[in-house]
Design a protein around this ligand. Structure first.
Ligand SMILES: [Zn+2]
Ligand SMILES: [Zn+2]
Length: 258
């Protein structure tokens, strides 16, 4: 299993996952040009991609989707609600492989994907759990809080990509309009550093190898602070060897291999 956050943050999100030779992208929130450049850094070309999963219709998750699928006709998996809320141009770019939220499906032989319902202000947003041969990767960003369902599915994951969007104090004292602050802090908004660490402390186990902090706000968070808090959480546990990576907006993370 290999994972690389090609981009992570409110201006664009895309995660590369390779599992048993099957290569997929979760979200395409980069322009085609940026996507190609970042894939090049991990020696991958778009023609080597086998599938795309879209978590929800927000622009920072679908920005480059139309151009990518027009150029490379890669199968796109998404639910009806998300598909329905895409722009007309985007809908015309591909034939969807419709999936049902909370119903696992086999995306390739022995690779099971579980699209898990997630609380966020989009049509039918999902977290993505990928399982193969006893290994599990969990990707959960854009969620107001970690529901029991999402938490249950992340338990036992060997690699977790989890949102650590904002520092609550930085957000509250920021220049953002009140309504936007309320949106981000709401149960359908984004996960704070505190909520991230609370969730992480419950997800640590002996086979958790790596954690990626994702969707950090450039305005209301600080990568060093978020990283330090996550490292503290892991150090306080019985498994301080867990690797912590921070997703960035303008550069890919290392390609982490389990
Ligand atoms: Zn987002
Ligand atoms: Zn979103």
């Amino acid at each position: 299993m290999k994972v690389c956050l090609l981009a992570s943050g409110s201006k664009g999100n895309s995660t590369f996952v390779e599992i048993n030779g099957f290569r997929l992208l979760v979200d395409v929130g980069l322009t085609l040009k940026d996507l190609i450049q970042r894939l090049e850094r991990i020696q991958i070309t778009p023609s080597q991609l086998d599938a795309i999963i879209i978590t929800h219709e927000h622009y920072d998750h679908v920005k480059g989707l139309a151009r990518l699928v027009r150029a490379y006709s890669i199968p796109v998996y998404l639910n009806q609600g998300t598909y329905h809320h895409l722009s007309r141009t985007l809908k015309q770019a591909f034939q969807p492989h419709l999936i049902t939220t909370n119903e696992p499906f086999e995306i390739a032989r022995e690779i099971l994907v579980h699209p898990v319902q997630t609380p966020h202000d989009a049509a039918d947003p999902i977290s993505v759990i990928i399982q193969h041969n006893g290994s599990k990767i969990g990707i959960a960003t854009d969620l107001g809080f970690v529901t029991r369902r999402v938490g249950r599915h992340l338990i036992g994951a060997n690699l977790i990509v989890l949102e650590s969007n904002h520092d609550e104090e930085m957000l509250k004292s920021s220049k953002y309009p009140w309504s936007l602050k309320q949106r981000i802090l709401s149960k359908n908004g984004h996960l704070s550093n505190g909520a991230f660490n609370n969730a992480l402390s419950k997800l640590i186990h002996c086979d958790l190898e790596a954690v990626f902090l994702a969707h950090l706000s450039e305005e209301n968070n600080c990568p060093d602070l978020a990283h330090r808090l996550a490292v503290d959480t892991v150090r306080k546990s019985d498994h301080p060897q867990i690797a912590i990576h921070v997703g960035q907006q303008h550069a890919p993370t290392p390609l982490v291999e389990l």
